[in-house]
Design a protein around this ligand. Structure first.
Ligand code: MN
Length: 327
């Protein structure tokens, strides 16, 4: 079967392959607070290098949560930047972030070895092309899809571990093949990865069928506060630190609410405001309609994709009688 993108990126693929053939020690990098796509891509790439006999270090600032503990090489992830001798690496490969600041170690990266090659694998519209080589495909459903196209181009053998890691990014970034990023490519790659032995049930169990009772109670609070703003056509809800404390869960329990609220059919978009007591309020915007919510996010100093965007406001959420205000 033909690979999905080679004509578009042929020269870039060849350039990367050439660099990797000569690589002595590769640093494989995720973004901080890792999700299934950044870690899935990094783990698949790390396993590929390992299979090739190439020396590598896998670094992820915050380390994987329990939802991603099934990924290959999870025991070998370095999380302490003080243990990272950045000048040792002749190749640095980053996955699924639009700027180096998302790695949380950008100051360290400024001291990378002269002559080292930084490779940027990503699918964000906002990607800043910070690499010496940039393999960025905004039409790809996930960074693991970008990496998969590269693997196909070079004829890499995708073992079951790599397939599971690649499929993890695809499943999580498409919201289990339901959101706007879901395209033909997503299904095509998924079927190929299943053929290569990807463990789809393990992925779904860990990333979707893993909510705690407390987490669902927090979601319930968010649902009960949903209001429709008639001027904007937005459905809005809020969550505070107190809500999380009441349900005995941490902030991660509220992740995914905005995505889930995309099931609302009778609103133009959804906005989830979260106040975690840091003095900042985080807004998450989602839509499935013909709207570009990144425009609204940018108005508030944020950004993102057309169908999924976010922003951060200074302030706290305060309840006065029946209404909430940002103060
Ligand atoms: Mn991604």
């Amino acid at each position: 079967m033909d690979a999905v993108h080679p004509p578009l990126h042929k020269d870039i693929y060849s350039h990367i392959a050439d660099v990797l053939t000569r690589a002595q020690h590769v640093l494989v990098l995720t973004h901080k607070k890792p999700d299934g796509d950044t870690l899935g891509a990094a783990a698949a790439f790390a396993k590929y290098l390992k299979n090739q006999g190439t020396r590598l270090t896998l670094f992820c600032l915050d380390g994987p949560g329990s939802d991603l503990d099934f990924l290959p090489l999870r025991d070998q992830i370095l999380t302490d930047p003080r243990k990272l001798s950045i000048e040792l690496f002749d190749v640095i490969a980053g996955f699924d972030f639009s700027t180096l600041s998302h790695t949380g170690i950008e100051a360290l990266l400024a001291h990378r070895a002269q002559g080292s090659t930084l490779i940027n694998f990503d699918h964000h519209f906002s990607n800043m092309r910070f690499g010496d080589i940039n393999l960025v495909d905004e039409t790809a459903p996930s960074t693991t899809a970008v990496l998969h196209a590269y693997f196909k181009f070079v004829g890499a053998k995708i073992d079951a571990d790599m397939a599971t890691a690649l499929l993890t990014g695809l499943v999580t970034d498409t919201g289990s093949f339901t959101n706007a990023a879901t395209n033909i490519e997503a299904f095509t790659i998924a079927s190929e990865l299943l053929n290569s032995g990807a463990k789809i049930q393990r992925i779904l169990q860990s990333t979707f069928h893993n909510k705690s009772l407390g987490a669902l109670k927090v979601w319930g609070i968010a649902f009960s506060r949903l209001v429709r703003d008639s001027r904007s056509g937005l459905a809005v809800t809020i969550l505070t630190r107190e809500d999380l404390a009441l349900c005995g869960v941490d902030t991660a329990a509220a992740d995914g609410i905005a995505n889930f609220l995309n099931i609302l059919g009778d609103v133009d978009a959804v906005l989830v405001l979260r106040d975690d007591d840091s003095g900042f309020i985080r807004g998450s915007l989602r839509t499935t309609k013909e709207l570009d919510v990144s425009v609204l996010a940018r108005y508030f100093g944020g950004g993102g994709h057309k169908k999924a965007a976010g922003f951060t406001l200074q302030g706290i959420l305060k309840r006065t009688n029946d209404t909430w205000r940002v103060v």
